[in-house]
Design a protein. Structure first.
Lengths: 455, 166, 166, 455
């Protein structure tokens, strides 16, 4: 087992990894930017190294600084958390070269899954259903028009290197196609430095369902069931739950087995997530795989009792998975709300000093956060300040617990998305489980003049 | 430039008015005063090492008072008991790595306390990812202090040298 | 450019207006002052009703300024806009229950505003657990205010009457 | 179901009951003393009534004030929590007379179990093993000497109305007996107003094991397994866990069935706890029954997934228990630490203002508290300010999670028992499960001159 892990991240996920390391008796090294000097992850790590100024390109995204910090502290592994360098095949490679273990899949797998078109092909080959579409980047409009016609409109243009909705365009008819390709290429170029785009069948109002897997270096891969993440705004997840009301036990087993097979086919190790669209007819289509820990991993931990972060560290150290597929049992229902420092109406980020931070606990409530009374939410990074996870015997109990927790949460000094979450939790369609990725449109539609009025 | 008397007067005002914070910024000058007069200094805010952990690296708050304006030359606050009637410049580390005072173990150090250094002169090497990064002086002056031992790890922004600017 | 006298004047204004923070920024100048004189009022401390809940009873902080020295007679703070050049006494409820101004629904009230009351005179009844508790005046004086409507529930320490002490 | 419940308590347990009511959609009424005006339970209840000054005899223990508050707010039930009026048969009777439902057993059962000697007889009759002893109060020394001789020394003198160690004396030999009876009677008289004492066989270094039961008004009684509460100081529980390492599944089933039979025999309804001593030979002896919610109920909730407080409310409203014995499954291991505002060495209460209150969460951590940054811990009431409950797949994981949580908890402004808990959790005997009610002696013994030095 490792003696010392460097945590190449900040905020709640750095705290989460410190918790896991402490439980395993592993020392920790925090790295931090100058903006995070007083952060909890710096306080509670065994050692800490300032790696640069506030701007993340010069600190948390600075591979030489992270590697140097690991070297001067003698860390034998790096946990990248999520975001930042977590899906950097380059960091994983440098780690290999420096004999530091990277807590994540091998660089080759990260690279494969990072290329959406190659990932699609690999999944298709492994027998996982993928959305019908162009089998690779599209370079001319004529070919695009033919493929789109074969797929049938609507279709969607997506960036090969994409994510977060950038380089993405929905095309309703043939005469919009050429313009959409142009715009998507430009956006992709700007966002990812690579302008390649591809075409897919567009599914209307699908559910976003993802499967959590974890594999060791001895060939074992186990899935931990699904998470439903259909509640999204601008392709950002707001609320996640497990299990999904849309899956029967039979479908869960079938999908899970198919994901495990695919992960084995690409020699997947460590934790990863396979994202799918579920259309209204019940068909699943592979979307993409995330080769890292997800923000929403706690809902899976809550229903399975598996500590995914500790398991990641164990398998990275070469240990065998501590459980087999047959040992995984699903217990009750879990919901996670991401509490962001944002105005719940205008969605504008709301950094600043939190004067009062009090999240009531009680039965079934888990809180993952690095915030506390009198802490500063920096404008430099992600606006997520806390994750609240509610566990109940069933979905209804989980919803009730989440509601009363949010109602009794006091965060003063900044605005948060709590009022928005309370609206979602009170929505009759949400309560009855009738959700899709278009669910959040209704809240935007309630305020047609919102942006105009705010502007 | 603000002199000590002015600082003293401001501190008097801070005391008199029982302020908890005072900040003044104008071209080339920034002063920030903070008092926890009422609140007990909070462990959550002060960056005091956690009781359970042991920091092998110097705590940033203590080790890098010049942290506000890295990565290179900053005006240090005069330290208690030190005369500060001349202009001092502190050279801080622009990267994380290991500090070496000489090019090779056998070579003599690049600089010694008391020496006069020129702008652009190499002061030390910081090794990061097997690369040797030469750190140059941005000022002409006399080297008055070396904060770090040879072979010691340094953080981003950690102070390395103090120069009396000529 | 700001000098010490200007800073002093600003601090006077901060004190005068009981500010907790003051910030001023204009080209080349920034000043920021913060005071934690008491604690900043926090929702957690201020007893503001929870947004989700609705209090059917009057919020104690608002309704019972005389709460500090119940259970019976206390000097009320003069209210804004009220003359307070005579001694006032407030009679507060010594128990939780329902307030009645008369012995029976058909009877006349024990007292009316403007009446002179004697020490020991019954002012009202508080019903608690089916028991009728007579509340007596502890002072001689003129009744100037009745805070509670007939039949209304009262909390412990809630103010009932104000007397102008003779 | 009830429309509005008055909570005749304060602090974390009032918050706990508010959580349960909100999940059930029931309105709440907080009662409070003048010292608690700014408490969270007042803030988060739907209504609130000040019922008296700080002294609890004039507020939280004031039955007429509590009943009046229920009447003026139109509450249809009263939940007493633990402590204060929770085992007051008188309050339960007045509730009956006023047509307010008391969330607890019937007054007759409360009275029966409140009389230790009668409770012993009832349990013996129901086939539950009790400690050999005098079958009722002892009024003369001669009779006492004979009984003690039959029992074999050591024996223990206990107050019939006792609790909390008062009116209790261990007697090692015959010549100490008369003096011990005298002292115990005097203490009992002072503490409870009743001087009656009885004799029992004294068990050396036993474990304190208790069973949680809950019964409805339709004759169903179910047990929720045991809690081990051997870690006590001056008869006050400090740390509780479930399951106990000392019980096999077979013993658990046998004991549980015996407790359920006994509860049915006395027509027990609502939640209750049956406490036992387990001697070193593995014999169980009934100690006493607590006819209320226990402080340590969360460890049972954590391993069973049953919300005991909601279940209490449901059965009080006349509903049937929502589960049967066969539905109760035990999942992993839970430990609770009671965080008290006390100096961990001198044990002196430490009331005051908490400037910073930050309890890290993360996987497996539940926090029950009414404390927050900038709150005041009043000197008038119980010194417990928070309960931290750690859940793990096994005892080892639960211990590791509790440790890292306590290490990373920041409570400033007052002293707490956290350092003492960390000592317990690091103790090799504790870690290996070798514990008994004498466990805490070692920490006192470590500092023989502690009180002298402090004095």
């Amino acid at each position: 087992m490792f003696k010392k892990i460097l945590i190449a991240n900040r905020g709640e996920i750095a705290m989460r990894i410190i918790c896991a390391c402490r439980e395993l008796g592993i020392k920790t090294v925090a790295v931090y930017s100058e903006a995070d000097e007083n952060s909890l992850h710096v306080r509670f790590a065994d050692e800490d190294v300032c790696i640069g100024p506030a701007r993340s390109t010069e600190s948390y995204l600075n591979v030489p600084a992270v590697i140097s910090a690991a070297e001067i502290t003698g860390a034998d592994a790096i946990h990248p958390g999520y975001g930042f360098l977590s899906e950097s095949a380059y960091l994983a490679e440098v780690c290999e070269a420096c004999h530091i273990r990277f807590v994540g899949p091998d660089p080759g797998v990260i690279r494969l899954m990072g290329d959406k078109a190659r990932a699609r092909r690999a999944m298709k080959k492994a027998g996982v259903p993928v959305l019908p579409g162009s089998d690779g980047p599209i370079d001319n409009d004529e070919k695009a028009a033919k493929i789109a016609k074969d797929l049938g409109y609507p279709v969607i243009v997506k960036a090969v290197a994409g994510g977060g909705g950038r380089g993405m365009r929905i095309v309703q008819s043939a005469n919009e196609l050429s313009q959409a390709l142009k715009t998507a290429r430009r956006e992709a170029e700007a966002a990812f430095g690579v302008g390649d785009v591809y075409l897919e069948k567009y599914v209307e109002s699908p559910r976003h369902i993802e499967f959590q897997v974890i594999g060791d270096h001895h060939g074992a891969v186990v899935h931990l069931g699904e998470r439903e993440c259909s509640i999204q705004r601008r392709h950002q997840k707001l609320l996640e739950e497990s299990p999904s009301v849309a899956l029967t036990d039979k479908v869960r087993r079938r999908m899970g087995a198919s994901v495990v097979d695919a992960a084995k086919a690409v020699q997947y190790t460590n934790a990863g997530t396979f994202e799918f669209l579920l259309d209204q007819a019940g068909n699943f289509y592979f979307l993409e795989a995330n080769t890292r820990l997800q923000v929403e991993h706690p809902v899976t931990e809550t229903v399975t009792g598996v500590d995914i972060v500790k398991e990641q560290i164990r398998v990275a150290a070469g240990e065998r998975l501590s459980f087999r597929q047959g040992d995984v049992a699903f217990n009750g229902h879990a919901i996670e709300c991401r509490i962001n420092a944002e105005d719940p109406d205008t969605l504008v980020p709301s950094p600043g000093v939190i004067h009062v931070f009090s999240v009531p606990g009680g039965p079934g409530i888990r809180v993952d956060t690095a915030a506390h009374s009198d802490c500063t939410i920096s404008p430099y990074y992600d606006s997520m300040i806390a994750k609240i996870i509610a566990h109940g015997r069933d979905r209804q109990e989980a919803i009730a617990r989440m509601r009363r927790t949010l109602e009794m949460t006091v965060i003063e000094g900044i605005r948060t998305t709590i009022p928005l979450h309370l609206k979602i939790l009170a929505d009759p369609d949400f309560v009855s489980g009738k959700i899709s990725t278009s669910f959040m449109n209704r809240f935007a539609a309630d305020r047609p003049n919102r942006l105009a009025a705010a502007g | 430039m603000m002199n000590l008397d002015e600082i003293r007067s401001i501190l008097e005002l801070v005391r008199e008015h029982e302020l908890s914070e005072f900040e003044l910024e104008r071209d080339g000058l920034k002063i920030r005063i903070r008092k926890d007069a009422i609140h007990q200094p909070s462990l959550l805010m002060s960056g005091v090492p956690a009781p359970a952990g042991t920091a092998t690296l110097p705590a940033p708050a203590a080790a890098a008072p010049a942290r506000e304006t890295p990565p290179s030359i900053a005006e240090p606050a005069p330290e208690a008991g030190e005369e500060a009637d001349y202009d001092l410049a502190v050279v801080s580390s622009p990267i994380v790595g290991t500090f070496y005072r000489s090019a090779e173990p056998a070579s003599p150090p690049f600089v010694e306390v008391g020496e006069t250094v020129k702008k652009g002169q190499v002061l030390c090497i910081i090794e990061a990812m097997k690369l040797m990064n030469e750190i140059e002086s941005e000022y002409d002056g006399d080297l008055v202090k070396i904060y770090v031992e040879n072979g010691q790890p340094v953080q981003y922004g950690e102070r390395l040298f103090a120069l009396k600017i000529s």
